[in-house]
Ligand binder design. Sequence first.
Ligand code: H2B
Length: 115
Amino acid sequence: MSDLKAHSCEACSPNAPKATEEEKQQLHKDIPDWEILDIEGEEQLHKVYKLKNFVKALEFTNKIGELAEEEDHHPVIVLEYGKVAVSWWSHEIGGLHKNDFILAARTEAAFNDMQ
Ligand SMILES: C[C@H](O)[C@H](O)[C@H]1CNC2=NC(N)=NC(=O)C2=N1
């Protein structure tokens, strides 16, 4: 396994290439607990995290927000009591770019740091 969270994100433009099937398969190995969902024809990485209470869930949400702002790449985050659902995909290209896998790996690391 590579240390995916340490990879650099590339600027994502509308003509950036989507990750190929082979790349997705390889990158998914680093974040095996994330699901790849097809939402209205666009693939997304998705994971639901459980936390102790609302304050912890909010703290984690804010950490993800910081990761997103650092890379100008933003997820959908659904926050509720003790739970944070995160989806990463690249709006510009309507699917998955390597950046999404990197940010999912950083999300995973942020969660592990809180435990
Ligand atoms: C102008 C700005 O860089 C773009 O709109 C960025 C912002 N954040 C983004 N986040 C995500 N997930 N996908 C994008 O295509 C995207 N584009």
